[in-house]
Ligand binder design. Structure first.
Ligand SMILES: Nc1ncnc2c1ncn2[C@@H]1O[C@H](COP(=O)(O)OP(=O)(O)OP(=O)(O)O)[C@@H](O)[C@H]1O
Length: 293
């Protein structure tokens, strides 16, 4: 069994204003979601509500159809892993891992196997770990929690590229073996794109988009070929990014006008998918959506 998540008319106010305003969101069980948003958009606030770390100011937060607030049976099977984890710094790494056993689904043998694979020094104190290793420890505990809803909030921060790659692969392997609901909040958008089924973009406390990855990617395209032919095909379209190397040009456009794809194909241009990051920058551009708060 794995958990769905629902936010109904949710507002979360802090002293200085709304972190989330009238958010409605439906996440089906057994999918991997990407949660994207610019700094301060409300990603951590949203995840904190799903994990019942915070109570909404108004509205309902449901996990598996049940209110999550003060619902111990549900909360014990929801894992929110924050950058650096929530550890007692004076614990050894081994003790920090074993603390996970308070969760019903926690798999200590798997956690220790991962610790070995990611070269975590079990005898060191948590406070003695490098930033990257601390992130690894958090990620390991998140994977081994074997929760029904697992949320990683920028847990990759500090990890080097090979470690991040190994983490994503392990996450996918664990997901394939035991389907559950996963939310990955990240700024490294293109890096995780291949692992995502659906993408939620939060912008200034509201849900800007919630789409399947393919639907988002189909909102644009990259045209590559001789510069003059590319310019002709892209004329009048919104340009997200462009690159030129010698006579070859590559242009990323936001949306296709009718017939553009056919014209580009008959001009012999290569048509590729739009990078999720380029699209994200475009969609969250303040000049497109009004001033940032
Ligand atoms: N404890 C708090 N007290 C007051 N305001 C807060 C608190 N936590 C977050 N906020 C505010 O709520 C808004 C959303 O913050 P949140 O941390 O949810 O964004 P985020 O999308 O996770 O950002 P980032 O990508 O920078 O981590 C911001 O304006 C932030 O300043």
């Amino acid at each position: 069994m794995s958990f769905s998540a629902t936010l109904r008319d949710v507002t979360l106010k802090y002293r200085d204003g709304d972190a989330l305003s009238d958010v409605n969101l439906e996440l089906e069980a057994d999918k991997i979601y990407g949660l994207l948003g610019r700094n301060g958009a409300g990603k951590t606030s949203l995840l904190s509500l799903l994990a019942a770390f915070r109570k909404p100011t108004s509205g309902e937060v449901l996990i598996d159809g049940q209110p999550v607030w003060e619902n111990a049976a549900i909360v014990s099977r929801v894992a929110l892993i924050r950058e650096g984890g929530d550890f007692d710094d004076s614990d050894t790494v081994k003790a920090a891992i074993e603390t996970g056993q308070i969760r019903p689904g926690f798999d200590t043998a798997y956690a220790l196997k991962l610790a070995e694979r990611f070269e975590l020094p079990l005898k060191k104190k948590v406070r003695e770990l490098s930033r990257g290793k601390r992130s690894v420890l958090a990620a390991v505990c998140g994977l081994a929690a074997r929760a029904e809803l697992t949320m990683f909030d920028e847990v990759h921060l500090g990890m080097d590229a090979p470690t991040r790659d190994a983490f994503y692969k392990e996450l996918l392997a664990e997901y394939m073996e035991r389907p559950h609901t996963v939310i990955l909040s990240t700024h490294l958008i293109d890096e995780v794109a291949n692992y995502l089924e659906e993408v939620v973009i939060v912008d200034r406390g509201r849900i800007l988009r919630h789409e399947e990855l393919e639907v988002l990617q189909d909102m644009g395209a990259t045209l590559t070929g001789p510069a003059a032919a590319v310019d002709e095909a892209a004329a009048g379209l919104e340009i997200l990014a462009e690159q030129q190397l010698g006579g070859t040009k590559s242009v990323t456009v936001a949306a296709f006008a009718p017939g553009t794809r056919e014209r580009a194909a008959s001009a012999g241009l290569e048509i590729g998918p739009v990078g999720l990051q380029d699209l994200f920058i475009h969609l969250t551009d303040p000049s497109r959506n009004g001033a940032r708060r």
